[in-house]
Design a protein around this ligand. Structure first.
Ligand SMILES: C[S@@+](CC[C@H](N)C(=O)[O-])C[C@H]1O[C@@H](n2cnc3c(N)ncnc32)[C@H](O)[C@@H]1O
Length: 279
């Protein structure tokens, strides 16, 4: 009975999250949605994928949003299947991919990460890499099930590259704590799914320490490396701070590049980037 109630609650939360992302799909790539701090994190993420996998490797994008990364990888010669739970986001990806003449096959599919089982046996072992950028994995109820599906879909020794919202973001604690918004400051401490507002909708979000996240994948995947993203730099929603103090922030960015992979520091930051390999 408890399992049935949990499944119903998960399903309702997934619908809320889908409505939230649908509502912003139209202007997701606008000046705030694709700002300098996001671009910086995106660069580090893409470098990690390229470091692990040469062009020609077959990629699956989980939570592709408007397809910014999928297009970029396809242009470099990586065949991509780009998926997202939000129909609005997938429509943006599909038109973005259709507008370009690409050297490889790239397609968009409306599909949640929790629905990977819908990729039938014909897809078994058909990807060299699976990636997910900017937190889609934080919106999934059952990560252990996702890990099983990823293991099925990946070729032997295939890799996962994920950027995931972490639990300890010192900038966020300071930003909201100093304004007396203690509940907001503590939102990442919640156990399980917590409601995060966006555009008058709710995104049900699960925050993780890197070790909490990896635990779900550990039975099938070896941890290759992980690092902090935007630890010294503020999170992307503080882009106005960045724009007012660009020279200072450039220095902070260099600290992120250099110290992000260090022990202890890598357990903090707005996001963490994790690379795992199928055993
Ligand atoms: C912050 S956006 C990141 C989009 C894209 N990866 C990027 O780098 O711009 C998060 C995306 O995750 C998608 N998402 C949320 N929950 C999902 C789920 N359960 N399955 C698949 N996609 C999901 C949203 O629709 C949204 O497009």
């Amino acid at each position: 009975m408890a399992a049935v109630r949990q499944a119903a609650s998960d399903a309702a939360q997934l619908q809320d999250t889908r409505r939230a992302f649908d509502s912003v799909a139209g202007d997701y790539d606008g000046p705030r949605g694709n700002n300098e701090l996001i671009q910086r994190m995106r660069r580090t993420f893409r470098e990690a994928v390229c470091h692990e996998l040469p062009p020609g490797s077959r990629l699956l994008d989980l939570g592709c949003g408007t397809g910014i990364d999928a297009l970029w990888f396809a242009q470099l010669g990586y065949p991509v299947v780009a998926t997202d739970w939000s129909p609005g986001m997938v429509a943006r990806t599909a038109s973005r991919l259709a507008e370009e003449s690409l050297p490889v096959r790239a397609e968009a599919r409306q599909m949640g990460i929790h629905e990977l089982a819908a990729l039938d046996a014909g897809f078994d072992g058909s990807f060299d890499g699976i990636y997910s950028n900017f937190g889609p994995m934080n919106c999934v109820p059952d990560l252990a099930a996702v890990a099983g599906e990823c293991a099925r879909l990946l070729a032997p020794e295939g890799v996962l590259v994920f950027s995931v919202m972490g639990r300890i973001c010192p900038w966020e604690l300071g930003h909201y704590g100093l304004r007396g918004r203690f509940t907001r400051a503590a939102v990442r401490a919640a156990r399980g799914a917590t409601a995060v507002g966006m555009n008058r909708h709710t995104i049900w979000t699960r925050y993780y320490l890197p070790r909490e996240f990896h635990r779900h994948f550990a039975p099938r995947f070896t941890l290759v490396e992980y690092r902090a993203l935007s630890l010294f730099l503020p999170p992307p929603y503080m882009v106005d701070y960045y724009r007012r103090r660009q020279r200072w922030c450039e220095r902070l960015g260099r600290l992120d590049d250099r110290l992000g992979p260090w022990p202890l520091l890598r357990d903090m930051g707005d996001h963490f980037l994790m690379v795992m390999q199928r055993r």
